[in-house]
Design a binder for this molecule. Structure first.
Ligand SMILES: [Fe+2]
Ligand SMILES: [Fe+2]
Length: 248
C-alpha cells in the first residue's frame, strides 16, 4: 500500500516535471525558429523535396466525408498538386491507359505527409482504393527514378543531380527494390510513372483536376464513410492530413 502510494506519487512527479519542461521549451523556442526535420512532409512544415521552405497557411476545414478530390483541393500543397496534374496530363495526352494516368495523378501524394520513402508511403495510402497494379507502380517509381531505361527514353533526372549531388549512389535497399521491380511483370507500370514524372510546365498551360474526375470515378474506390473514417488500415494516414495540428 505504502509502496503503491510512493510509486504513484513518483509518476505524478515525473509527469509534472515533463509538463513544466515542455512549458519552458514552449516559452524559449518561438514556433518559427523550431527545427523541422527534412523528412517531414510539406503539410507539417518540412521543406519541399528540392529543399525549399514553404509558408504554412491556415487550413480550410474538410467536409465530414472527404473524397480524394477534397484532399487535392483542400490539403495537398499546390506545388505537389501541380506536379502530379502535370504528370497525369502528360500520360493522358500520350494515350496511356487510365490506370497509368491515375498512378501518375497520385504518385507523389505522400510528400505532403512525409518525404522519405514517399513511393512506399503513397502506395500504402492508396492501396485499399485503387487497382493493385496502380499501388504497385507507385511503390516502385521511387526506386526506378534513380535508374535509367534508354529503351523508353528515360534518363537519370537532372533534378536529382540538384537534389542529391553529383555521383550520388542510392541506398542499397533502393537498388534492391529497383532490381526486384525490373524483373516484375508490372515493371512498365512503374517505369511509365517515371517517364511522365515531369517538372517543367508548358508555358501558359494550366492543368486542372477536371479532366481526371472521370478517371478517378472509374478507378478510385472512394469509401462511403470518407477517406480517414472508413476504418481501413491506412485511415490514420488520411486523418493525419485532415488534422495535421492535433496535439496527439
Ligand atoms: Fe516521386
Ligand atoms: Fe513525381
Amino acid at each position: 500500500m505504502e509502496a503503491d502510494r510512493r510509486s504513484l506519487s513518483s509518476e505524478e512527479r515525473a509527469d509534472a516535471l515533463e509538463e513544466s519542461m515542455m512549458r519552458r521549451l514552449d516559452q524559449t523556442a518561438p514556433a518559427q525558429t523550431r527545427g523541422v526535420r527534412r523528412g517531414t512532409g510539406v503539410l507539417f512544415g518540412g521543406l519541399t523535396p528540392g529543399g525549399l521552405p514553404l509558408t504554412l497557411g491556415a487550413l480550410a476545414p474538410m467536409p465530414p466525408k472527404p473524397t480524394i478530390v477534397d484532399f487535392f483541393k483542400l490539403r495537398l500543397m499546390p506545388h505537389t498538386v501541380t506536379h502530379m496534374l502535370q504528370s497525369a496530363n502528360d500520360a493522358q495526352k500520350k494515350g496511356e491507359p487510365e490506370e497509368t494516368v491515375l498512378a501518375c495523378l497520385l504518385h507523389d501524394i505522400a510528400v505532403n505527409l512525409i518525404k522519405v520513402d514517399h513511393g512506399w508511403w503513397a502506395a500504402q495510402m492508396v492501396e485499399p482504393y485503387v487497382p493493385e497494379k496502380v499501388s504497385w507502380a507507385i511503390r516502385y517509381h521511387q526506386a526506378l527514378r534513380f535508374f535509367p531505361d534508354p529503351a523508353v527514353g528515360y534518363g537519370y533526372p537532372e533534378r536529382y543531380v540538384q537534389i542529391f549531388g553529383d555521383g550520388y549512389v542510392p541506398e542499397p535497399y533502393i537498388k534492391a527494390a529497383y532490381e526486384k521491380a525490373r524483373k516484375h511483370k508490372w515493371y512498365m507500370e512503374a517505369r511509365m510513372i517515371t517517364v511522365h514524372d515531369l517538372y517543367a510546365f508548358e508555358p501558359g498551360v494550366k492543368v486542372t483536376l477536371d479532366p481526371f474526375i472521370d478517371v478517378i470515378g472509374r478507378h478510385f474506390r472512394q469509401p462511403k464513410e470518407g477517406l480517414g473514417f472508413d476504418a481501413s488500415p491506412v485511415a490514420h494516414m488520411w486523418r493525419s492530413l485532415i488534422y495535421p495540428d492535433n496535439p496527439l
